[in-house]
Design a protein around this ligand. Structure first.
Ligand code: ADP
Length: 187
């Protein structure tokens, strides 16, 4: 099954995508995690991504899309994957659709994780990552509204979106996520 985890920054996509991936036995591809790992390893990619991440801006599409296209060609991702943090704008959504179509594949479902904004901001402040200061968080939420939210409409038009309420304990939310993925698999 080819899934996308969609939602605002801080809504818990990473946590939930990882849990679902483990349960379904399919890989989890997180663009943010890939950038952070590259930075930790001192790689050029990580250094280039950092200047955008630290400001809460989107890393340029050519960098981000190249990573995803490369990942989609990996044999381990051939039988399904969970994308988390990608696509984040319409151009990425179109690039993804094209790249998958070239491999005779497509997205099966988009799990849209929701939570009220105050909850999201509190979670990010508590997490305290480098890019989790108040100013950077506000900018990321602004970028989300302007650039990422249109991606939701893109997938709604394709009738692929399943909304999952993201407030509650991790296991409680996971059960909802798992049910939504099950429904997607059956349809
Ligand atoms: P969060 O969901 O909390 O924003 P992520 O780990 O998904 O955390 O993303 C952290 C940062 O990585 C983003 O603010 C952005 O700078 C960069 N990033 C991740 N995915 C993308 C993407 N698809 N396009 C552009 N930038 C990205």
């Amino acid at each position: 099954m080819n899934l996308i985890f969609f939602g605002a920054p801080g809504v818990g996509k990473g946590t939930q995508a990882e849990k679902l991936a483990a349960r379904l036995g399919i890989p989890h591809i997180s663009t943010g995690a890939i950038f952070r790992a590259a930075l930790q390893q001192g790689k050029e990619l990580g250094l280039r991504a950092r200047e955008y991440m630290d400001r809460g801006a989107l890393v340029p599409d050519e960098l981000t899309t190249a990573i995803v296209v490369e990942a989609l060609q990996e044999p381990e991702n051939a039988n399904g994957f969970i994308l988390d943090g990608y696509p984040r704008n319409l151009s990425q959504a179109e690039d993804l659709e094209r790249a998958l179509a070239e491999q005779g594949r497509g997205i099966d479902s988009v799990l849209y994780l929701t939570a009220p904004q105050h909850e999201i901001v509190e979670r990010m402040l508590a997490r305290g990552r480098n890019d989790d200061t108040e100013d950077v968080i506000n900018h990321r939420l602004e970028v989300y509204r302007q650039e990422t939210e249109p991606v939701l409409k893109f997938y709604q038009d394709r009738e692929l979106v399943r909304e999952v309420y993201g407030v509650g304990g991790i296991d409680e939310v996971h059960d909802r996520v798992f049910d939504a993925a099950k429904v997607a698999a059956e349809s």
